[in-house]
Design a protein around this ligand. Structure first.
Ligand code: NAD
Ligand code: TYD
Length: 336
């Protein structure tokens, strides 16, 4: 089987490439990734089955590049995206271009090359904030951030290619991931790496926003299951095992790392900050999905990974681009 993975140099994409090459010895992977600030070839260093992997440096919104990459491909798993909510608040342009137009270019090429399955990797953020209960796959989409809106738009585009062209598409909507190789702009790696350096973690607002945490390896297993067994045209939620307020998350990490409470800095809230996400996962469970780890075990392993792989994240945090992003992102956020 020849798989086209888009965004395979990013956090979840690289974990998926590692997972797939180690698990199925007959799979070859073409990895189309333009290598934005979030794409890092080091994420794939030392992986098993590297000879069955080929990286094409290119843009998913470029029809010529995508047409070449799609040749002879059996299935597509589409991760490539601009993925950080805070960045979408400051500048939404790249989000629309990559997440919406990029998805359209991929769908057209997949149609032309008669690809057999196309998995579009999406997020629970498309449902918007849910005060109570848990979102189901056919619930209304009410995205609140430009990131979530761009993902919702791409989900709807994927749906339209199923309805209009009968394309063999599937959509997954996952909750907040954590684990190795997550870029230090998302909450957990910012927290862990700042604390390793004795720097404060900037906690937005009252810290009572709720997220549902899943280890990235379990997300990859869920995507693999949907790729193999999902029903065409269907959407599958993938949720985690720990629904926590950000304050509770901070406490869990603080206890494991032995960090003083003074290293939590309460700052101004994120604009449009969704209060709570929660997804109902009975549909993917009916396909046979089970979590392989507990939140506490996976959190401890993740903290250890960042401890053992300091050169990986120090290189990223040392870059001028990262430093200016961090300064710009947090300078306007006054202490509360
Ligand atoms: P990431 O930001 O770590 O990685 C994105 C990757 O896409 C990078 O390697 C980047 O170089 C590549 N990319 C960006 N624009 C591109 C373009 N125009 N052409 C080719 N490659 C491009 O993101 P992630 O956290 O790994 O998320 C991957 C996918 O999973 C996204 O679609 C995201 O919406 C979805 N998702 C993420 C989470 C999460 O918690 N991180 C949860 C649910 C769903
Ligand atoms: P994040 O990792 O950006 O994921 P998402 O916004 O996609 O859920 O943020 C997770 C939660 O942590 C979210 O409620 C925002 C909050 N947060 C902070 O409090 N401080 C931070 O520095 C960051 C990046 C996030």
């Amino acid at each position: 089987m020849k798989l086209l993975v888009t965004g395979g140099l990013g956090f979840i994409g690289s974990n998926f490439v590692r997972h797939t090459l180690a698990k199925s010895h007959k799979t070859r992977i073409v990895n189309l990734d333009i290598r934005t600030y979030a794409g890092n070839p080091e994420n794939l260093k030392g992986m098993k089955g590297a000879r069955r992997h080929q990286w094409i440096k290119g843009d998913i919104a470029d029809p010529k590049v995508v047409d070449r990459a799609m040749k002879g491909v059996d299935a597509v798993v589409h991760f490539a995206a601009e993925s950080h909510v805070d960045r979408s608040i400051t500048d939404a342009g790249a989000f629309l271009r990559t997440n919406v137009l990029g998805t359209q270019v991929l769908l057209d090429a997949a149609k032309k090359h008669a690809v057999r399955r196309f998995v579009h990797v999406s997020t629970d953020e498309v449902y918007g904030s849910v005060a109570t209960g848990a979102s189901r796959e056919n619930d209304r989409l009410l995205p609140n951030s430009p990131y979530a809106a761009s993902k919702a738009a791409s989900d709807l585009l994927v749906r339209s290619y199923f309805e209009t062209h009968g394309m063999p598409v599937l959509v997954t909507r996952c909750s907040n991931n954590f684990g190795p190789y997550q870029f230090p702009e998302k909450a957990l790696p910012v927290m862990i790496t700042n604390w390793m350096d004795g720097e404060p973690f900037p906690l937005y607002g009252d810290g009572l926003n709720i997220r549902d945490w899943i280890h990235v390896e379990d997300h990859c297993r869920g995507i693999d299951l949907v790729l193999r067994k999902g029903k065409l045209g269907e959407i599958y939620n993938i949720g985690g095992t720990a629904s926590l307020t950000n304050k509770q998350l901070v406490e869990r990490v603080r206890r494991i790392m032995g960090v003083d409470a003074s290293l939590v800095e309460h700052v101004t809230d994120r604009l449009g900050h969704d209060r709570r996400y929660a997804v109902n996962c009975s549909k993917i469970k009916r396909l046979g999905f089970k979590h392989s780890t507990t939140f506490d075990r996976a959190l401890k392993a993740t903290i250890e990974w960042y401890w053992d792989n300091q050169s990986w994240w120090r290189k990223l945090k040392g870059k001028t681009g990262y430093k200016s992003y961090y300064k710009k992102q947090y300078k306007g956020l006054a202490k509360r």
